[in-house]
Design a binder for this molecule. Structure first.
Ligand SMILES: Cc1ncc(COP(=O)(O)O)c(C=O)c1O
Length: 403
């Protein structure tokens, strides 16, 4: 058990009675991440890329070192294939608004899965509407809750321009086979967009094994601070794409008549970026890899499965995943006859933090015949005590509602 890691997280240390089971929404930050950011602002901060003085050169070096470290973490030797953004949502919108606008035309198709977070659903739905293209939504198997690969195979055609799929569902934890999806998309000449926001906090990612065209992640889901995201794009795509935003720091030359742009990734990083965010993700990756993602996964799965077992024993809890299919520390459930918001409110009053609602995945929740769900999400800093407190909270909820 990784119990000793809880003490690395100031929020948890400063709130001793807190049971934080909402890491799929956002993770807590270890002290080392906060310290690295603090050090950067105390010792090395200046605006990057333009300063001709030592301090700015140090700031630029730290920012670019983060790019190299993140590139290594996801398995690419080309740091320039990483664009820094504000979050996964901005990364996805960037793709849809640039290359999406370029290559999707009337009558074309875009494929998404029904389990996408709205961030990987709405930009494609809106692009399809703007272009008079067709949005095809691939379902999941109702028994296993895995992506319906047969449906994907029959949906994809020569007109498909993008296949957009999560690498780990934020509601179910489902982890689709991206190598298969990538192979299928390539066969039909479609580009792939993988949403790794919920995958990278739990797994070692090696993009060389499935060769995506685009992939996105969000720092705050993996122990870095909020407001910092990453977009990976194949260098040939980034080179051909128009900028998303224009302004300072992304130009090569500006005259009154026209502007030429820098090479990627600068072409997509207009304005002063969030340097502290980059530093924090660098530190977070070091921290995660020091512990080992396999160990983290083993720990959170063991806790989620223990919670699942104890909730099943209570009897009135509807659990959506079979124990053997619990992934990424995510446990979605409902209690018969009690609204998920009521469950989360009672747990919240006991300082047990879970999420309730549609989890920014309304198409999935509706596909499953629900309006809302409760989600407990476990991560490396949770302990068996958190499981016990969750169970006590559910028992209390049942008492309050006389169930
Ligand atoms: C699977 C998935 N994709 C994308 C996002 C969006 O991330 P952000 O809010 O950091 O843009 C989330 C956030 O919950 C998510 O769970």
């Amino acid at each position: 058990m990784l119990e000793r890691f809880r003490k690395d997280f100031p929020v948890l240390e400063n709130n001793p009675g807190l049971t934080y089971l909402d890491s799929a929404a956002s993770t807590q930050k270890p002290a080392v991440v906060l310290e690295k950011m603090d050090h950067f602002y105390r010792f090395d901060y200046a605006n990057i890329h333009r300063g001709l003085y030592n301090l700015s050169e140090r700031a630029t070096a730290s920012y670019e070192a983060a790019r190299t470290r993140i590139a290594e973490f996801i398995g690419t030797a080309v740091p320039e294939s990483l664009v820094f953004t504000r979050n996964a949502t901005e990364s996805l919108n960037l793709i849809a608004a640039t290359i999406g606008e370029q290559i999707v035309h009337k009558g074309d198709e875009i494929i998404v899965s029904v389990m996408e977070h709205h961030a990987n659903f709405v930009p494609w739905q809106q692009l399809a509407a703007r272009k008079d293209a067709k949005l095809k939504v691939v379902g999941i198997d109702r028994k296993t809750l895995e992506l319906d690969m047969a449906a994907l195979e029959s949906a994809i055609t020569g007109k498909t321009r993008f296949v957009c799929c999560t690498m780990a569902s934020n509601v179910l934890g489902t982890t689709p086979n991206v190598a298969k999806i990538s192979k299928l998309a390539k066969k039909h000449g479609a580009l792939t967009v993988f949403d790794a926001a919920q995958f990278v906090p739990h797994h070692k990612l090696d993009i060389s094994t499935f060769d995506p065209d685009f992939l996105v992640l969000s720092g705050h889901k993996m122990l870095a601070v909020d407001g910092f995201g990453v977009l990976y794009g194949k260098p040939e795509h980034l080179a051909a794409m128009p900028p998303y935003m224009t302004g300072g720091d992304m130009i090569e030359n500006v005259t009154i008549e026209k502007t030429t742009y820098s090479e990627p990734p600068q072409k997509f990083e207009a304005g002063t970026p969030f340097m502290g965010g980059a530093i924090s993700l660098h530190a977070a990756i070091d921290y995660l890899e020091n512990i080992g993602l396999d160990r983290i996964q083993e720990h959170e799965s063991a806790l989620a499965k223990l919670a699942d077992e104890k909730l099943r024993a209570i009897g009135k809890v509807k659990l959506y995943r079979k124990p053997e299919h619990i992934h990424n520390g995510i446990l979605p459930f409902n209690i018969e006859g009690i609204h998920p918001h009521d469950v989360a409110t009672i747990l919240g009053d006991m300082d047990i933090c879970v999420r309730a609602g549609h989890h920014c995945a309304q198409p999935l929740i509706h596909f499953m015949g629900e309006m809302a769900m409760v989600r407990a999400s476990f991560y490396l800093y949770n302990t068996e005590k958190d499981v016990d407190r969750l169970i006590a909270g559910i028992q209390k909820t049942l008492e309050v509602f006389h169930k």
